[in-house]
Write a protein of this length. Sequence first.
Length: 71
Amino acid sequence: MAGGAKRRSRDPEVVILRRQVEDLQERMKELAERNAWYEERHLIMLRNAAVKGVSEAELMKALPPIDRSRF
């Protein structure tokens, strides 16, 4: 193989597996970007809460149970 050219397999199974790997790598990239966005939003909310005098402990308190008896 001159010039570092990659040899492509003609085996359909290998082609499918390579495509799946590429798809999963793209999905991982998308999820990493989404995770970074959520981390940034979390920091913004923590900062805004701190400015308003709300502690992180108060923010993390569990929600009260839902009263479904009225429905």
